[in-house]
Design a protein around this ligand. Sequence first.
Ligand code: NDP
Length: 398
Amino acid sequence: MAAGDRGRRKMAINRRDLLIASGGALTAAMAGRALAQEAQGQPMMGNPTLPLPPEQRMGWAVVGLGSFAVGQLMPAFGDANRSRLTALVSGNPEKLARLADTYGVEHTYSYDDYDSIIDNPAIDCVQIALPVGLHAEYTIRALEAGKHVLCEKPMASTSAECEAMIAAARKAGKALGVGYRVHFEPTNRAAHSMITGGEIGTMRHVRAEHGFQADPENWAPHRWRLEKQLAGGGSMYDIGIYGINTSLMMLEGDAPVSMSAVYAYPKDDARFREVEGGVEWRIIMRSGAVVSGSSSYCYSPYHSKQTYIGSKSSLRMSPATTYYDNALWHEQGGREVQVSTGAPYTQFAGQVDAFSEAARAGQPHATPGEMGLRDIRLIEAAYRSADQGGVAVSLEGV
Ligand code: NDP
């Protein structure tokens, strides 16, 4: 998504500038403390304990130093308590040297010598932040090098690739997770608690609307997103997946049984020669609940909205899955009350720390490879339905 959050990047840039201006890992830790103070008294996802000393933390390599890695993932290590950044991997030597210097990262690799991470005990976990079409290859290479892998969403271009990644993790005996950060974000955690705690009654309908305006002329990361080989698919892969994954997170214990979808974007739009620009989709759950959503590369302004309609009351989140300013309202008895939930920007640190702890303990991560596979299978089902004009497709076995 990244670019959809561009209007909200001020906070991230300020924080990044702070890190870069003062330089080094120490400064990242200070920035983390400043943010922790800012969130005093609020739930700090992933930071339930005192920080471990650096030598006891899991060491992380970030692969692909693009807008998401540099803007969000790397600064987040300043907030982490269980994880530290020990290596960077990039195809751009100047950027690699500059960022390694800025963050005080000792180990750097190009894509050519990436496999030699096998010899580096300072790397326990690898975070893949490359274009989607490269996720499977770089995940499998890291697993074969004996590292745990947290791969960015969407997991891969096809369900077959996801299956190969899961098989590689099993063979290596290493953890494989997918970067569904929303599971560690306090506002969404609060909604999840309210829903699973029965506050809205029985879930009847979920509506998920996610989209932004793809702008390949002015924003380079949007270029590969419109090329099938690097992107895997279109808006469903990049932004619609938030609607699917977040909705199913809230419907814990339920299961999707069928899906239908239609394509929804201007047919003559030159941006969408290789991938779809938009999809309107619907999932029927085993419980009878209906989840419907839209995914688009043609929305202005940026959309990130989730609505959970229950038999007793409803929740509304707008925005629902952004980096910084998600908001939750409880609608009950004709009144709408905003639910206070704390500092959402800890979601990135929460995610890496949770993965570090799960990998160290040999436990599955909260958002494992199997979840990434499920979501790619759902998107493939949506495309199958849309290719047939919207017929319902069975999700048995998904
Ligand atoms: P960018 O285009 O900004 O970065 C991708 C990086 O991958 C590049 O900077 C480059 O890094 C490297 N790369 C290697 N080969 C290629 C290639 N052939 N074409 C383009 N880049 C290449 O993308 P994003 O940072 O926006 O996205 C990266 C990943 O993160 C994607 O999987 C995306 O879905 C995910 N993402 C997740 C988000 C979330 O909230 N969880 C939000 C945004 C993105 P280098 O120069 O260092 O080699």
